[in-house]
Design a protein around this ligand. Structure first.
Ligand code: SAH
Ligand code: SF4
Ligand code: F3S
Length: 449
């Protein structure tokens, strides 16, 4: 590598999309750091700007392209230096060479399995004679990134990616293309990564993957087994995970979550639609009753369990009646939180062959309706919590009011502690006295520092 001694370049990293990208950004940070690149939070002093991007909806891609234009304009006002702009992540994987084609404002495209090449590609661009633009894409099984735990604030959930890619083929989804097939990180690597988190002062981890619940290692270890092994490690206090596929929420897994006190009872299990007809067209591999049965078991077996989900409205062929089925599930399950999206056709996916026949105005209407129903549901759930006492961990200071702190419970509820004598990391018991939107207000009762 033609690294020049004493020459440090500065890199500005910006992240879009899901938690996998958040993790990968810290992995990139680690890779670049080893080669002498210094990370900066100040755009104007950056030699290199890398955008870690998302392709899941068309809108996400448009945002990034307009961001590139905006960055070029801003840089032109501030500096004569030539600043490298690179696109990493799912867009780079999907579009590759297209991103650096003639006339493009992008210098570099690096796909999700190629980040170890970043330093050499950047040195080439920064010092190389020809300063060629370049792209590196394609999936590899041999690379698993390990993000340095120092990148996280103490006591916030450290992300630990346990696998890459996805072997499901939901018909609307671009992820199997951008992230490739499912490839597992070995349990040894995962467990030692968690130990490093503990060694750097962290107490909480989030096991991360597109379908963590489908984790399997050499036919001997499944996700429930991995949870049990992680829970056995000294020093780790709370284990969260993201995302679960309803199909893999087996009885064994639900029992494990119930039995392991360190495993947090907050289940993010996207349903996407409450209509069997649409679930079939989406190839979600389960029906509505199977989902509701799983939810019922979880409610019975796991104390304090809470649920969250993703929904897509306006999938091709979704009728008013299908949509009403979705609203009904919202009322039945009583989710703490739902993330809802208008269907966005992605090139090359199986659903792109179906007519995108729900008009945009109808999609918008359904989205608004879904959010209104969820708000009603949440109001009911939240009102019923007033007067209860909850334990949680103080995560940080609230922006306002003064002397207020933010605490999170194991089942992922946010509580604002006002006028509290607490510090980050404290385990506090608080009485719930009210709520505003998704945040409860609490009065501290005890504090075990
Ligand atoms: N692996 C996870 C999440 C995948 S992406 C899962 O299986 O649930 C996150 C969310 O984006 C999805 O749950 C889905 O609700 C939404 N999404 C994915 N593709 C989409 C598309 N083409 N249009 C609209 N929303 C989409
Ligand atoms: Fe996409 Fe389905 Fe895989 Fe989730 S499970 S990443 S929605 S294909
Ligand atoms: Fe987006 Fe890629 Fe994640 S498409 S949702 S950043 S896996």
């Amino acid at each position: 590598m033609n690294r020049q001694e004493n020459s440090t370049y500065t890199v500005f990293l910006e992240t879009y999309g899901c938690q996998m990208n958040v993790y990968d950004t810290s992995a990139m940070h680690g890779i670049l750091d080893r080669d002498g690149f210094r990370r900066t939070a100040d755009l104007t002093e950056a030699d290199v700007i890398l955008l870690n991007t998302c392709s899941v909806r068309e809108h996400a891609e448009h945002r990034v392209m307009s961001r590139v234009g905006e960055l070029r304009n801003r840089l032109a006002k501030h500096t004569d230096r030539r600043v490298i702009i690179g696109i990493c992540g799912c867009m780079a994987e999907r579009l590759g060479e297209e991103l650096i084609a003639n006339g493009s404002k992008v210098d570099l495209a690096v796909g999700v399995d190629q980040y170890d090449l970043l330093p050499s590609m950047l040195f080439q661009l920064l010092n190389g004679i020809d300063r060629q633009k370049s792209a590196a894409v394609g999936h590899r099984s041999d690379v698993h990134y390990v993000a340095p735990p120092e990148a996280y604030p103490q006591n916030n959930s450290h992300l630990v990616t346990i696998h890459k890619g996805c072997d499901y083929r939901c018909t609307y989804c671009i992820v199997p293309e951008t992230r490739g097939p499912q490839r597992e990180k070995s349990p040894d690597v995962i467990l030692s990564e968690i130990q490093r988190v503990v060694a750097s002062g962290g107490e909480e981890i989030t096991l991360l993957g597109q379908n963590v619940t489908a984790y399997h290692w050499e036919g001997t270890l499944n996700f429930a087994g991995l949870l049990r092994q992680a829970a056995r490690l000294d020093g780790i206090k709370r284990i969260r995970f993201l995302t679960g596929h309803p199909r893999d929420m087996t009885d064994e897994l639900l029992h494990t979550i119930a039995a392991e006190s360190k495993v947090c009872p907050a289940l993010h299990v996207p349903l996407q639609s409450g209509s069997d007809r649409i679930l079939r067209r989406m190839k979600r591999l389960h029906d509505r009753d199977e989902y509701l049965t799983m939810v019922q078991k979880a409610k019975t077996w796991i104390p304090e369990v809470t649920f969250s989900s993703d929904f897509i409205v306006g999938f091709p062929g979704e009728s008013e009646r299908d949509f009403r089925d979705t609203l009904e599930v919202l009322r039945t399950v009583e989710y703490d939180q739902v993330f809802s999206f208008k269907y966005s056709e992605r090139p090359g996916t199986p659903a792109a062959r179906l007519a995108d026949d729900v008009p945009l105005v109808e999609k918008k209407h359904r989205l608004a309706k879904l959010m209104a129903v969820q708000q009603e549901v949440w109001f009911k759930i939240a009102s019923a919590q007033i007067g209860q006492s909850w334990r949680g961990i103080v995560e940080d200071r609230a922006r306002r009011p003064e002397n207020a702190w933010r605490m999170r419970t194991a089942n992922n509820r946010k509580v604002l502690l006002q006028n509290a004598d607490v510090a980050v990391g404290d385990e506090v018991e608080a009485r719930i006295v009210g709520f505003e939107h998704s945040t409860f207000k609490g009065e501290p009762l005890t504090n075990s520092r």
